[in-house]
Design a protein around this ligand. Structure first.
Ligand code: SF4
Length: 431
């Protein structure tokens, strides 16, 4: 009797193992077939599938803030996962309001960033468009984008009971002080020690140099793609850029990014050569400021297109190639200190305005559309001042739309529609 029970157990265990081996083989086959196709959807599907099954492949997962130094993770073969990118997906799939409400029921204020609210709620229910993010083995938080991420990542480090590394990048009101460089550079060494401990292996400096070169090349290509919109008509709009941005954020430092943007660049050049614009009969060219209103991107594109206006560029997607001039590809590690500190959200309003004016000139913008984003205070603070400076220097008008990137409760369609119509009358009169 005892023997037959043991036999049955062994048979069941053997069966389970066979099922598992079969499932893994099927999974690998699926990943391989998706990898052969090079579209955004396939690349992102494979990326999330690999991240979700990281343990099967013996790899680790790190959650990292959108402006965080990802290259050391890639060099250590750690899969980086971006809760903010996930937040954008939640917003675009219109699941944000529900998750924000859920976090508010957990006690988080509705004044908090909706990426943070959505992510904190999502982690508890494995919700959202992809059934939650893969569980992290560690968290990496860089405060070059805001202070919210510090508390958000502390909450998640406690929830998942995993180590958290914080990279502190002082705000750069003007220029870049030598003390700041030394301070951030020292922390990069601490980051490497943290990764060695978390991964249980030595850091590979040569690999980091290679990843750094790929990262820079990816940024150059992304900038070249964005630059194609300086043509009239613009072959793509900022709304397309919001979509294509995902790879330079999530897979920066890999070959895949290079291949994807090379193909995209060729496609955009072809559209330019054939005079194909994103907006039919493009007459007015506008600049977008701040994070997109994810659930409303299509509506906004159509609304502006109905006025023959194309949002040709934006401060958001260009932020992922905005500090290339500080990167030394022959000394990537050292140059990371400056490149990761002087990003758009970590500089003073005057410098921000200067960057916006450069974009207005480069893309020949007739006006600026600013999303005053209730969630993202560091991005929205200073917009009135920037609008005033640009108007004074270039004589073009600005529109400020009050909304939120994820939480649809903050969006009033009729109000925004009226404001866009009124703004477009001013733009048309100014041409
Ligand atoms: S407050 Fe802004 S920068 Fe900070 S996490 Fe939210 S969206 Fe990102």
């Amino acid at each position: 009797m005892q023997n037959s029970k043991q036999h049955k157990k062994r048979r069941e265990a053997g069966l389970e193992k066979q099922v598992l081996v079969y499932a893994i083989a099927k999974f690998k086959k699926l990943v391989l077939s998706l990898k052969k196709r090079k579209g955004m959807k396939e690349i992102m599907t494979v990326y999330y599938m690999e991240a979700k099954s990281a343990r099967v492949g013996g790899r680790k997962v790190a959650w990292i803030t959108s402006g965080g130094p990802v290259e050391p993770l890639i060099a250590m073969d750690v899969i980086p996962v971006y809760p903010e990118n996930h937040g954008a997906m939640i917003g675009a799939s219109k699941m944000g309001t529900n998750l924000c409400e859920r976090s508010e029921a957990m006690g988080y204020s509705s004044d908090l960033c909706s990426y943070a609210r959505a992510d904190i709620a999502c982690a508890t229910v494995n919700g959202g468009p992809i059934g939650g993010l893969p569980r992290p083995d560690m968290l990496v938080c860089c405060n070059n984008i805001c202070g919210t991420v510090l508390k958000w990542y502390e909450v998640q480090a406690r929830y998942f009971n995993v180590p958290l590394f914080i990279l502190d990048t002082p705000f750069c009101h003007k220029g870049f002080a030598g003390e700041t460089r030394a301070y951030v550079r020292r922390q990069l060494d601490e980051y490497i020690v943290f990764l060695e401990q978390a991964c249980g292996k030595k850091f590979d400096y040569e690999r980091l140099a290679d990843v750094g070169r790929l990262s820079l090349e990816g940024q150059r290509l992304w900038q070249a793609v964005l630059d194609t919109t300086a043509n009239r008509p613009a072959p793509m709009s900022a709304f397309d850029a919001f979509y294509h941005l995902a790879l330079i954020v999530t897979l920066r430092g890999t070959e895949e990014v290079i291949v994807y943007y090379q193909q995209l660049l060729a496609k955009m050049k072809d559209r330019v050569a054939r005079g194909i614009g994103a907006v039919q009969g493009e007459k007015y060219r506008l600049l977008w400021d701040n994070i997109p209103i994810w659930p409303r991107t299509r509506w906004l594109f159509n609304k502006f297109a109905s006025h023959q206006a194309c949002l040709v560029a934006d401060t958001y997607t260009s932020a992922w190639c905005g500090t290339m001039q500080y990167i030394d590809e022959n000394n990537f590690l050292d140059s990371m200190a400056e490149a990761y500190t002087r990003i758009y959200l970590n500089i003073g309003v005057d410098e921000m305005a200067r960057k916006v004016i450069e974009m207005v000139d480069k893309y020949q913008a007739d006006g600026i559309v600013m999303h005053s984003n209730r969630s993202c205070k560091p991005y929205s603070f200073g917009q009135y001042e920037i609008a005033r400076i640009v108007e004074r220097e270039r004589g073009i008008p600005s529109l400020i739309i009050e909304a939120d990137m994820v939480d649809e409760r903050m969006f009033s369609e009729s109000q925004v529609e009226n404001r866009i119509d009124a703004f477009m009358e001013i733009v048309k009169a100014g041409k």
